[in-house]
Design a protein around this ligand. Structure first.
Ligand SMILES: Cc1cc2nc3c(=O)[nH]c(=O)nc-3n(C[C@H](O)[C@H](O)[C@H](O)COP(=O)(O)OP(=O)(O)OC[C@H]3O[C@@H](n4cnc5c(N)ncnc54)[C@H](O)[C@@H]3O)c2cc1C
Length: 476
């Protein structure tokens, strides 16, 4: 750590220096060369500059860092994979705990469980588990952090058959606001264990997650089929039919976007809007190919990349469309009934884009995947059928308003059909807006009670914040 940093007038440099000597890990400040890289997160729209970024290497390091932040009254943020659209991984003027050095993935054949360090991404988990023919169901891309993803619920290619990722969590190591290290599961501090399966980073810093993996593959059938945008009305109908008839193993995602200059797409379509259905079958490959036949053979597609491939490859095939360091702004809603009204709203706005990188993703989720009864975890909206996400993405800061407006206008057209919001897809303005609900009311009330027990001073507030029950209702 370089102690010459003078911009951070309020930073207790001497205390920070002492702390850095007590850690196994390290701390960087803006005076250090590594600061730029340490501060970088996925969304380049986020301007926050932490006064210090700590890289713990042990759970005890994390406990020391929390105690320090509390004693010095520093705003505290937690960075897992740094993918959150709201940029809540960075504490502006405060301390960010960057979990990037705690990313081990260990499968224990005796217990059948896998332990994942809080700095791991889904790519790390996939790589470690592939030799065992196992996976932990992650998201639709491989670059997101396991931590923020799981704590907010987490859906992906296997949600319909295996439930949300938070439902596969069997235990965790967490450090709470009082600096205590807690090993939690369904029997040890069950309320806290319930709360972290959907309540986000509101309850402490999780340093490792234990999951029950799923046996799959390694090969599955998956990929994407694209058609020209003029065929969007009939492709939306195809998506509606196929998703309604799909078994739990089969997941479809409707995609509207500008064709990238990819070799699998005819050159004359590069740069033009296209419509597609991405899909995966979580079961034997031959069953999957048969189940995907209706979309592979529909009309005359521009491209069809559906084939047998390792799950690991499938989970990464959309990665390049959403790279680190571009400007991003998303608006999303859950909805249940894919009515003609939803279709018309999609067609009215969703066929014109204001940048070559923007897209609309609409995964079919369906309630069938939820393994547990309602409220068995704190993940809100587990039974929702669909999520639509307007994902504006661009490079030139001069286009900020133009692209943000695109996402907002699209989103407004879907709001009449909305049945909820997904906490992990909320933007910076949405997480700050107390009126913008993320958690279902019945779950929120319990989350606030648990927050009051484990974080009464709301130390962990740089997130979609759950305020402790006492603060909301004094005297209750
Ligand atoms: C390209 C892309 C694709 C995505 N696809 C999906 C998808 O398919 N399905 C889905 O469900 N979501 C998806 N997401 C959303 C994703 O779930 C969230 O962005 C999630 O927050 C990412 O986790 P992270 O650790 O990378 O985030 P970070 O930005 O590092 O952290 C976000 C927040 O999580 C909390 N947090 C992080 N680490 C810890 C920890 N160790 N202990 C306690 N709290 C912690 C903190 O509150 C932090 O502010 C996607 C996001 C992107 C950018």
């Amino acid at each position: 750590m370089n102690t010459q940093y003078e911009d951070a007038i309020d930073l207790p440099l001497e205390a920070l220096h002492d702390l850095s000597h007590r850690l196994t890990g390290t701390i960087v400040t803006p005076a250090d060369e590594e600061y730029g890289g340490a501060r970088t997160i996925w969304n380049a729209m986020i301007a926050s500059r932490p006064a210090a970024i700590a890289f713990p290497e042990t759970t005890r390091d994390v406990a020391a860092l929390i105690r320090f932040a509390v004693a010095e009254r520093l705003p505290l943020a937690i960075r897992g994979g740094g993918h959150n659209i709201a940029g809540s991984a960075l504490a502006d003027g405060g301390l960010t705990i960057h979990m990037g050095r705690m990313k081990s993935v260990d499968y224990d054949a005796t217990t059948g469980r896998v332990r994942v360090g809080a700095g791991a991404t889904w790519a790390d988990v996939d790589a470690a588990l592939e030799p065992f023919g196992l996976i932990v169901p992650g998201g639709v891309v491989s670059t997101t952090g396991v931590a923020g993803f799981t704590l907010g619920g987490g859906f992906g290619w296997l949600t319909r058959s295996e439930g949300y990722t938070s439902e596969r969590l069997t235990a965790a190591t967490i450090v709470t606001a009082d600096g205590q290290i807690r090993e939690i599961d369904a029997f040890n501090e069950p309320d806290l264990f319930w709360a972290i399966r959907g309540g986000g980073g509101n309850f402490g810093v999780v340093t490792s997650f234990e999951f029950e993996p799923v046996r799959l593959g390694p090969e599955i059938a998956g990929g994407v089929v694209f058609w020209p945008i003029e065929r969007a009305p009939e492709i939306i109908d195809l998506f509606r039919r196929e998703s309604a008839a799909a078994p739990a193993e089969l997941t479809h995602v409707l995609v509207l976007r500008i064709a990238p200059p990819a070799p699998f797409l005819p050159e004359e379509f590069h740069g033009k809007p296209i419509v597609g259905i991405a899909a995966m079958y979580a079961g034997p490959v031959d069953e999957g190919i048969a189940a995907l036949e209706p979309i592979m053979t529909y009309g005359e597609p521009l491209a069809n990349t559906i084939k047998p491939k390792p799950y690991r490859e499938h989970q990464a095939f959309l990665d390049s469309g959403q790279p680190f360091g571009r400007r991003y702004y998303w608006k999303s809603v859950y909805f249940d009934d894919f009515s003609d009204g939803v279709k018309d709203a999609l067609l009215a706005y969703g066929t014109s884009f204001r940048s070559p990188f923007s897209s609309i993703l609409l995964p079919h989720l369906g309630g069938v995947g939820t393994r547990d009864a309602d409220e068995a975890t704190a993940t809100s909206h587990r039974g929702r059928e669909f999520l639509v996400s307007y994902q504006a993405s661009w490079e030139d800061p001069n286009l900020d308003t133009h692209l943000i407006d695109w996402a907002r206008e699209n989103h407004a057209s879907l709001m009449p059909f909305a049945t909820g919001h997904y906490v992990n897809f909320m933007t910076e303005d949405e997480i700050r807006d107390p009126a913008r609900a993320a958690f279902e009311p019945a779950l929120l009330a319990r989350l606030q009670q648990i927050k009051a027990i484990y974080d009464p001073a709301n130390v962990f507030r740089l997130n979609k914040n759950i305020t402790p029950a006492e603060v909301l209702s004094p005297g209750s």
